[in-house]
Design a protein around this ligand. Structure first.
Ligand SMILES: Cc1cc2nc3c(=O)[nH]c(=O)nc-3n(C[C@H](O)[C@H](O)[C@H](O)COP(=O)(O)OP(=O)(O)OC[C@H]3O[C@@H](n4cnc5c(N)ncnc54)[C@H](O)[C@@H]3O)c2cc1C
Length: 444
């Protein structure tokens, strides 16, 4: 179950403190334990050289922390949420590249580069140059993944393998490029970073085989033109989730490749079976229809913070979903009772046929006086009450949210990237502060 916001805040502060202390300690080492080459540098030259070394060590510590924080350890997940951690991971990645670039710029800025001999005895420096080039390529591939045609599972494999190679090579570079890491505190520090990285990386690699609870496929039905509804019954301990959270599904001994994929749990927390609605859009999801009743799959989770339970808001919620982005909202709505705060759902689809949960939502709206459902179809015309043709834009939201106290409500937005960007822009034009908008991306 989710931690209270106070506990989460305290925990996050603690994590931040750990990260700041680790990076500061790494950056401080070159000042406290100067290498013998520093003895020939004085004044500002010495400071610039030391600063360059600090930047390099800080980059390595950050690389280690990246692996630690993205390894999906339960406690870190419960404090930050894996989805948010992925966003932080991307930002820290840029910082690492910036520090890695600063490192040689500062270190070599005090020498005349033309006088530095290129000999094999300087292999640690040459290795450092290779590292910087590799890190830049690695980062470019990571940030450019969505523009490239590299299949996700290949990219993920390369990203994970690349991470460990880069960190271990960096540690080798530091150890051999300077004599100050051969003993004492600096050596202990390097070894500790190495151990943390190897343990976390091992966990990332083997987690899919060790983590999760076995579930049995109870039903698999087609819903809408391109989606399947999968229901799973726990064979061991049930997953205790909050509405809106997601889990990883891994088919370990079924007809489709064994690789964990994230899907939102769209059933309510108390339900006997876990329900997933999966849009068939790629290699793995297009094969999900090959699963048969009785097949076993591994489910690990829950993950994520896209849940009213993570925030709490008495004034009520506005959920705006595009297509399959409805899945977290289905769980939130199924979990509602007469005492729940009001919820206004705006669900956008291309056609009426795509709105696979239309009947189900109608029943919930009859059951719950405080639930309002608005359908928007971009391609189909409709003349039904609370249904519109067009797009979710300023005009439409003004109309359908006329009675909603915008300044007090919490907004959950989920759907394709362009849809989410457009909705976020519209909401901010309508005066909703960004702190009241929670988003979920269906891709890492
Ligand atoms: C938090 C979260 C919740 C999600 N909930 C749902 C849901 O309820 N219903 C639904 O239909 N889809 C959901 N998705 C999207 C779903 O995970 C992807 O569509 C699916 O993994 C695609 O796999 P593929 O091999 O078929 O397609 P691919 O063509 O290989 O991948 C398409 C895109 O999906 C993402 N993706 C693929 N594999 C993974 C992976 N193992 N881990 C993370 N991202 C991956 C990548 O961004 C990739 O570019 C969710 C994604 C996330 C991150």
């Amino acid at each position: 179950m989710m931690l209270s916001s106070r506990r989460r805040l305290q925990g996050r502060m603690l994590l931040l403190l750990v990260a700041v202390v680790a990076v500061s300690f790494g950056a401080w080492l070159p000042w406290e334990y100067p290498s013998s080459s520093m003895l020939y540098k004085f004044g500002i030259d010495r400071d610039i050289l030391t600063l360059g070394k600090s930047a390099g060590v800080a980059a390595i510590v950050l690389m280690g922390l990246q692996i630690l924080f993205i390894a999906r350890f339960t406690m870190i997940e419960r404090l930050v949420g894996y989805d948010r951690m992925v966003r932080i991971h991307r930002m820290v990645g840029i910082t690492i590249v910036a520090l890695a670039v600063m490192h040689p710029l500062l270190v070599f800025s005090i020498d005349d580069v033309a006088t530095i001999p290129v000999k094999w005895e300087y292999w640690p420096e040459i290795l450092g140059g290779g590292l910087l080039i590799s890190l830049s390529i690695y980062a470019a591939i990571a940030y450019g993944r969505s523009f490239s045609r590299i299949p996700y599972h290949y990219w993920k494999w390369m990203h994970q393998a690349g991470a460990i190679v880069l960190v271990v090579t960096s540690l080798v570079h530091v150890y051999y490029v300077t004599d100050s890491y051969h003993s004492g505190v600096p050596l202990v520090f390097l070894v500790c970073v190495g151990i943390v990285v190897v343990v976390c990386w091992g966990w990332i690699l083997f987690r899919p085989f060790m983590d999760g609870e076995k579930h049995e496929v109870v039903s698999l039905t087609r819903v809408g033109p391109a989606a399947r509804e999968l229901r799973l019954r726990p064979l061991g301990n049930p997953i205790r989730h909050a509405p809106g959270q997601f889990a990883y599904i891994n088919v370990t001994d079924g007809p489709i490749p064994s690789e964990p994929h994230p899907f939102t749990i769209s059933s309510s927390p108390g339900a006997d079976t876990l329900r997933f609605v999966i849009r068939c859009c790629g290699d793995w999801t297009n094969r999900v229809g090959q699963l048969r009743v009785g097949d076993t799959v591994q489910v690990s989770g829950p993950y994520g913070m896209f849940s009213p339970e993570a925030y709490g808001c008495e004034a009520g919620y506005v959920c705006i979903a595009g297509g399959v982005g409805i899945t977290p909202m289905l769980s939130m709505i199924e979990n509602m009772d007469e005492l729940s705060p009001p919820l206004h759902l705006v669900w956008s689809n291309r056609t009426v046929e795509d709105a696979f949960a239309r009947e189900e939502l109608k029943e919930h709206a009859l059951r719950l006086h405080q639930l309002d459902v608005t359908h928007v179809f971009s391609r189909d015309a409709t003349s039904v009450d609370n249904e519109y043709t067009g797009r979710v834009n300023h005009d439409l939201l003004d109309r359908v949210l006329a009675e909603v106290p915008l300044s007090d409500s919490l907004f959950f937005v989920c759907g394709p990237q362009p849809f989410m960007e457009s909705v976020q822009r519209t909401l901010s034009e309508m005066g909703v502060p960004p702190s009241q908008i929670v988003t979920e991306e269906f891709g890492f």
